[in-house]
Ligand binder design. Structure first.
Ligand SMILES: C[S@@+](CC[C@H](N)C(=O)[O-])C[C@H]1O[C@@H](n2cnc3c(N)ncnc32)[C@H](O)[C@@H]1O
Length: 212
C-alpha cells in the first residue's frame, strides 16, 4: 500500500478526472465544505489532498496527514486555505499527530484499504483520539460494475484484491474492499450516534457524532 501510493502519487488524481464522475464529485465537495465548517479536523491518509480545498474551505483548522512524503508533497504544492497544515502520520499508530484539539475527523478512500482484520482496532484508535461530540466522516468508493476495477481474488479474511497498473507499466496487487452499507454501519461501534449514510453513486459516505 505504502509503496504503491508513493509510486502513484504524481498520477493519482487522474482517477478524479473521469468525466462521468464529475457530478458526484461536485456534490461531495459541496457537502464536505458544510460538514466541516468551523471544525478542527484531522484528515487521515489525505494523499494528494484532492478533498482538502473543498473540505477545509470553511474549517477552523485542517490537518492533512498521510504516511507518504510523496503524496504529501503533491498536496503541499497546491494553493489551499490558510487553515491547512500537514503532518506525516501513520493511520494505524497515529504517531506524529500534532498536539491539537480535534473535533472532527475525515478519511477519504482509506477504509477500503484497511484489512478487515484490522478495521475494528483502527476505528477504535481513531475514536480514542477524538473527544465526545466529534464529527466523523468516512468516504469511499462504491463498486460500480463496468467502471470499477474488478476484484480478482479474496483472501482468507474476506479482503478483496485488485490488479492495478501504473503509467510506467508496473503491476501491483492492491487490497481494496467494497463493504455494503450494513457492513459499514455494523463496524462503527458503540460511540457512533446520529449516523447517516450517503449514497453518491460512485462513492459512499457515512457521517456520525461520537458519543461518550
Ligand atoms: C486511496 S489513497 C486516498 C487519498 C485521499 N484520501 C483521497 O481520497 O484521494 C490512500 C492513501 O493512503 C496513504 N497510506 C498508505 N498507507 C498508509 C498508512 N499506514 N497511514 C497513512 N496513510 C497511508 C497513501 O499514501 C495514500 O495517499
Amino acid at each position: 500500500m505504502r509503496e504503491y501510493y508513493a509510486q502513484r502519487a504524481r498520477e493519482y488524481e487522474l482517477v478524479y478526472h473521469k468525466p462521468h464522475r464529475q457530478q458526484a464529485l461536485r456534490r461531495i465537495e459541496a457537502w464536505l465544505t458544510e460538514v466541516f465548517a468551523d471544525r478542527c479536523v484531522l484528515e487521515i491518509a489525505s494523499g494528494t489532498g484532492w478533498w482538502v480545498p473543498h473540505a477545509a474551505a470553511r474549517a477552523a483548522a485542517w490537518w492533512a496527514t498521510d504516511l507518504n512524503p510523496e503524496t504529501l508533497a503533491v498536496a503541499q504544492a497546491k494553493t489551499l486555505p490558510a487553515s491547512v497544515r500537514f503532518a506525516q502520520v501513520d493511520a494505524y499508530t497515529l504517531q506524529g499527530l500534532p498536539d491539537e484539539r480535534f473535533d472532527a475527523c475525515f478519511a477519504g478512500c482509506w477504509w477500503s484499504h484497511v484489512p478487515l482484520q484490522r478495521l475494528d482496532t483502527w476505528l477504535a484508535s481513531v475514536h480514542a483520539a477524538l473527544p465526545v461530540g466529534a464529527r466523523v466522516v468516512m468516504l469511499d468508493n462504491a463498486y460500480v460494475e463496468g467502471d470499477s476495477t474488478p476484484v480478482t481474488r479474496f483472501d482468507e479474511h474476506g479482503n478483496g484484491y485488485q490488479r492495478r497498473s501504473l503509467l510506467d507499466g508496473s503491476q501491483h496487487e492492491v487490497l481494496k474492499n467494497f463493504p455494503s452499507q450494513a457492513e459499514v454501519l455494523a463496524r462503527l461501534g458503540p460511540r457512533a450516534e446520529a449516523v447517516r449514510w450517503h449514497d453518491f453513486g460512485y462513492y459512499w459516505a457515512v457521517d456520525y457524532r461520537l458519543d461518550r
